[in-house]
Ligand binder design. Structure first.
Ligand code: NAP
Length: 267
């Protein structure tokens, strides 16, 4: 099924669901979108407060489940009538494995589980997706089309990979924001005014990210070397950051902790 021909049922129109809907609409990606959301939001697509209020003959191709993970146990079973008819369930819930959905929907339901990240809100996200054996190639293409609206999409066969993915790209925006905070504090420490330090740190990260994007084929290590003259100021700073144990060790430990937590949450 090509873009523009997908009938979507969006369950939960909060931060993530809202970002998806906005970009599907901007790109005219779907044939139709219906929304289930407890508090009507005055959307320009049909919205109901309860699944029972959907038209009797309503037959979506894809249900995008975008509610908080903790309320999923009360919600998922309500959509079994759709998945029984071959509709794909696409879950963006952090930490909920495919087996969780199969418990409520049966093991013949087609399920795609994905891990997006917050830059999706501006179409700059990266999402990693995995599917159970019931999802057809066409359904995976539909999922790719819907997710591509908010950024890049990668597929993995092994669902276990979603835990380290969560640790790297799911939580990753927080690490970059922490970097901005740390550079700001360090700037103040060496004598800059707080406002000036904050502006310099933020724009340095923004500009460097844009440069990395524009030079997509160039390894990050080369981009780093390009700003590092031998014996210069950058080299002096990197000698501190790259000393052992340094930043690499911190990141190894941080991502291992996040992966462990993702494993615990998905049990
Ligand atoms: N935000 C992120 O950074 C991020 C990143 C990756 C994955 N995710 C995943 O995305 C999902 C949504 O997160 P979010 O941050 O978008 O949460 P959110 O802003 O709280 O959105 C969830 C929405 O679901 C609605 N809702 C509650 N009960 C419902 C029901 N029974 N039926 C339909 N809708 C219902 C909520 O309405 P009320 O507010 O009125 O209750 C809210 O609008 C989560 O599973 C999360 O794990 C989020």
């Amino acid at each position: 099924m090509t873009a523009g021909s997908i009938n979507v049922l969006l369950v939960g129109c909060g931060k993530m669901g809202g970002a998806l809907l906005q970009r599907w609409q901007a790109q005219n990606l779907c044939k139709s979108v219906h929304v289930v959301e407890p508090h009507p939001q005055g959307l320009s697509v049909p919205e109901v407060t309860d699944v029972a209020a959907l038209p009797a003959d309503f037959a979506p191709d894809v249900i995008v489940m975008a509610v908080k993970p903790q309320i999923l146990p009360e919600v998922v079973g309500d959509y079994k009538a759709f998945t029984d008819k071959g509709c794909l369930l696409l879950s963006i819930a952090a930490g909920k494995p495919i087996s969780f959905f199969e418990e409520y929907l049966g093991d013949s339901a087609a399920i795609v589980r994905v891990m997006p990240n917050t830059p999706a809100a501006i179409g700059q996200g990266i999402t990693v997706a995995t599917a159970n054996k019931n999802a057809s190639d066409r359904q995976k293409e539909d999922a790719t089309a819907l997710l591509s609206a908010v950024g890049e999409v990668l597929w993995v066969d092994d669902e276990e990979k979603l835990n380290p993915v969560t640790a790297l790209s799911g939580s990753g925006p927080a690490y970059v924001f922490l970097l901005i905070e740390a550079m700001t504090q360090a700037g103040v420490h060496i004598g800059l005014e707080p406002d000036m330090a904050a502006k310099l740190a933020r724009q340095t990260v923004i500009g460097s990210a844009a440069l990395a994007k524009q030079s997509a084929e160039v390894p990050a290590s080369t981009l780093r070397e390009n700003v590092t003259s031998p014996g210069g100021t950058t080299a002096a700073a990197l000698a501190v950051l790259m000393a052992e144990p340094g930043m690499q060790d911190l990141f190894n430990r941080a991502l291992a902790a996040a992966t462990k937590r993702a494993e615990e949450l998905s049990k």
